[in-house]
Design a protein around this ligand. Structure first.
Ligand code: BGC
Ligand code: NOJ
Length: 811
């Protein structure tokens, strides 16, 4: 069952009912100011950091769901309705929500009045613009009232939802014409405030939530709306809100727009602006003036569309498969932008107050983003690398605002260092910009202790190489990619086991997964060394990689698949010897991608074992058999009921690894089948089972051991986005950036007749036409670039601004 449809021409998903199984959301904002917006106009806004600079309030886990947002009430006599249905939930005569690239449009109609609510964050500005257009589609003149409603958050979202003894007394506002200023915190050293304005003088306003809603009422039935008049309240403490009342008369056929702006503004530095309690309004006024007229809003929307046209033109596919084209050309890349911006901070499942930027998460997000805006990727790499310690290990998370490592979470996730090599390697292969290797980057954000980025990479590798366990495999530390596999954990408090560090931690548990990473990214580091003329170092690293490969094929091999790990007692995890958790997905994907076992048949054997033991109709399970009991020696993983999350859920993130691995093994048909099975557009028809948005990936789909097999959770912020784009663009379609140029090596289903890709690479445009009349899965018979044969299969970077026509014949 579907709840909408794809409109590929406009690059939108169009939702045709407000009653989606879960809120289906979109992200507005490109760099600093962000809003989350659902198909019923729920959501919230923040500036840079969803925890510390939250503009509007949102209550997670409340009932009814998705209660706060960018709300508008239309009062038409006794009938009160919202264009997005919530929160009043008056039945609408028609409804439509269009989620597009950086904007959302919700259209609702009732009794001959049509309302259109357009929302977006303009490029380069710190605000959300909402244009509400009312149209009288009937033959009679109509008199209506329009009320806006946002509930301000008192900035720090954690304090806002916990420290009421204080924050019920801190709220402050000011009103000037159509502008409502939320200036809580202005007395302190902070110098920011929010403004919520409308482009005309309103007929009324409220800034006290309780005055607007009335005692014991909620947003579903505000007293002021019921009465048709605001109270003109000025909030002192309690809950400040922004409400405008606009009385509107519409002649038959008349259309009128109202432009609202919710903005974040900073005062001049305090030393230059010594007027406590007063906000310096000129910046806010200028911001409101930038969107005071429809022509300005239209221009800002056009600029946003042009921005996305430009970004998406950098990689575009024509394959003849409508679903594949729409995912590659629109939604994969869009989700990569969102995960790059958000890491795992703010979604409808990440509260914005818990996790900030993840070290491993952001490194991986970059893999799918780097081709879009390489300059931002460069800065991100430098920020991430600055949270690395001098010994090569790193903080696991950092705050987006301060860019400082998160002390509460700390370090000890032993896969983290190698992800830094992964993302720098991706950046270099994309851009060829070797200057980044010579940037001085601090350790632990301490300016007095810096080293060139290349040295950071060296220490990443050195950390793994110097922390091996009894089987010659890398020590796992607190966990590797699988946060929940906590093998050094003997805490007697199950709930605390994940966080525990210290003396109860045994040092010896080892990870075959990190070993696979070491082979893959050690190899990429050696390539970088060779490229930089450090041939001796390259050789030494390759020797270390060979040694690690031997350890994987030795104690890391179980007989029919790669083992997952060794626990702190030296017992294998992910082995036929285990009663449960006999086979895990992660090492099969990572080791084969790294090339381990390709020459002796073991890679294929591992992939066959994946197919036999882990395949389901909705994707590949993380492990089998699921843990039915809690295992102290394994940690958080077995705390989940069977079939959920890391305990045998379909963790979407590692599905593309298997697809990539299948390409490494040359099996294009199976690689595509693995891609297709979890790909949202192919699941649209089962939206009632899948439940999350059919245009983006979710972190997890309940596995076959779960009651709700096939139900997805945690949409949007997942490494699946980046890895899927890497998989489809580099492995399956085979357009591979290398240090020396573009290599073309497709691995596709034999039945795919070919495809064309337009790819911007280092400033030049490559028009690549792949012909698979031969009906093979892999293998390139010949490549020509502008008619000339390309001998070694790598197209050297062409001069910026030129277009290269590439013909690839498979066979
Ligand atoms: C989840 C993991 C997640 C981790 C992050 C765990 O509870 O199961 O998927 O990576 O929390 O802290
Ligand atoms: C989600 C986390 O964000 C990611 O870092 C981790 O690798 C996966 N869960 C698996 O545990």
């Amino acid at each position: 069952m579907r709840y909408g449809y794809f409109d590929d021409e406009n690059r939108e998903y169009v939702i045709t009912t407000p009653r989606t199984p879960l809120p289906w959301i979109n992200y507005l904002g490109s760099e600093d100011f962000f809003s989350l917006v659902s198909n019923t106009a729920g959501g919230y806004s923040f500036y840079r950091d969803a925890k510390l600079l939250r503009l509007t309030r949102y209550r997670y886990n409340s009932a009814p769901a998705d209660g706060e947002g960018h709300r508008f009430y239309i009062r038409d006599g006794a009938c009160v309705w919202n264009p997005g249905w919530q929160p009043v939930r008056t039945e609408l005569d028609s409804y439509r929500c269009r989620h597009g690239l950086g904007y959302t449009v919700i259209e609702g109609a009732k009794n001959g009045i049509e309302a259109k609510q357009e929302m977006f964050v303009p490029l380069g500005d710190a605000c959300e613009v909402i244009r509400l257009t009312l149209h009288n589609a009937g033959a009679e003149p109509r008199a209506l009232q329009l009320f806006s409603y946002v509930e301000f958050c008192l900035w720090n979202a954690v304090d806002d939802s916990t420290n009421f003894q204080r924050n019920y007394s801190t709220g402050e506002v000011e009103v000037e014409g159509g502008a409502i200023y939320h200036k809580t915190e202005y007395r302190e050293r902070r110098s920011h405030y929010a403004v919520f304005g409308v482009n005309r003088t309103p007929d009324g306003f409220d800034t006290s939530r309780d005055a607007f809603l009335g005692p014991y009422r909620g947003p579903a039935g505000p007293l002021a709306v019921e009465r048709g008049t605001c109270t003109g309240s000025i909030a002192h403490g309690w809950a400040p809100v922004g409400v405008h009342q606009l009385n509107v008369t519409l002649a038959p056929g008349e259309r009128r727009s109202f432009i609202f702006v919710l903005g974040y503004v900073e005062n001049p530095p305090r030393e230059k602006w010594a007027a406590p309690g007063v906000v310096e309004k000129s910046r806010a006024r200028a911001m409101l003036a930038r969107y005071a007229a429809d022509t300005q809003v239209d221009a800002a929307l056009a600029a946003l569309a042009a921005y996305w046209n430009g970004l998406l033109a950098r990689f575009s596919l024509r394959s003849g498969d409508e679903k594949l084209d729409r995912m590659v050309n629109i939604w994969h890349q869009y989700q990569c932008m969102v995960t790059f911006n958000m890491s795992r901070s703010a979604s409808y499942y990440e509260s914005g107050t818990g996790r900030g930027m993840g070290f491993r998460d952001s490194c991986q997000d970059l893999l799918g983003f780097v081709h879009l805006v390489p300059g931002r990727a460069r800065q991100r790499i430098l920020d991430i690398a600055a949270t690395q310690f001098a010994d090569g290990s790193s903080y696991h998370q950092y705050q987006p605002l301060t860019k400082k490592g998160n002390l509460d979470v700390g370090s000890g996730f032993n896969d983290d260092p190698l992800w830094l090599i992964a993302c720098v390697s991706a950046y270099l292969r994309e851009t060829g910009d070797r200057s980044i290797l010579y940037e001085e980057v601090p350790f632990d954000c301490r300016e007095e202790d810096t080293a060139p980025l290349m040295e950071h990479l060296r220490r990443s590798l050195g950390f793994t190489a110097s922390h091996k366990g009894p089987h010659g495999l890398p020590l796992i530390g607190r966990a590797d990619w699988n946060d929940c596999l906590n093998l050094n954990c003997f805490s007697s408090e199950p709930g605390e086991s994940f966080q525990t560090t210290g003396p109860s931690e045994g040092p010896v548990a080892e990870s075959v997964f990190i070993a696979g990473m070491f082979v893959k990214y050690g190899g990429e580091y050696a390539d970088i060394c060779a490229w930089e003329g450090l041939s001796q170092e390259a050789r030494a690293v390759r020797a270390q990689v060979d040694e690690m490969t031997a350890a994987i094929l030795g104690p890391g091999w179980d007989g029919a698949w790669f083992r997952r790990a060794y626990d702190a007692n030296g017992r294998p995890v992910g082995s036929a010897e285990c009663a449960e958790g006999k086979i895990y997905i992660e090492p099969q994907g990572m080791c084969v991608m790294a090339g381990v076992g390709l020459s002796d048949g073991r890679a294929l054997q591992a992939l066959e074992s994946v197919r036999r033991h882990l395949d389901t109709e909705y994707g590949i399970l993380l492990l089998q058999p699921a843990y039915t009991q809690y295992h102290l020696e394994l940690g958080e993983i077995s705390s989940y009921p069977p079939g959920y999350k890391e305990n045998a859920g379909i963790f979407c993130h590692n599905n593309p690894w298997i697809s990539c691995a299948e390409c490494a093994a040359g099996r294009g048909g199976r690689a595509f089948e693995v891609y297709r099975r979890t790909c949202p557009a192919y699941l649209e028809e089962i939206s009632e089972i899948h439940r999350t948005e059919p245009y983006v990936y979710s972190q997890m789909i309940a596995g076959r051991d779960a009651a709700a097999f096939g139900e997805a959770k945690n949409s949007w912020l997942t490494g699946t986005a980046a890895w899927t784009f890497v998989n489809i663009s580099q492995y399956i379609l085979g357009i591979q950036p290398t240090l020396d140029g573009l290599r073309i090596a497709p691995c596709i289903p034999a039945a795919m007749p070919g495809f064309t890709v337009t790819r911007t690479y280092r400033g030049a445009v490559y028009e690549i036409a792949v012909d698979n009349a031969a009906g093979v899965e892999k293998g390139v018979k010949c490549i020509t670039a502008d008619g000339a044969p390309c001998v070694d299969g790598i197209l050297p970077a062409a001069p910026a601004g030129t277009t290269v026509h590439v013909k690839v014949t498979m066979g």
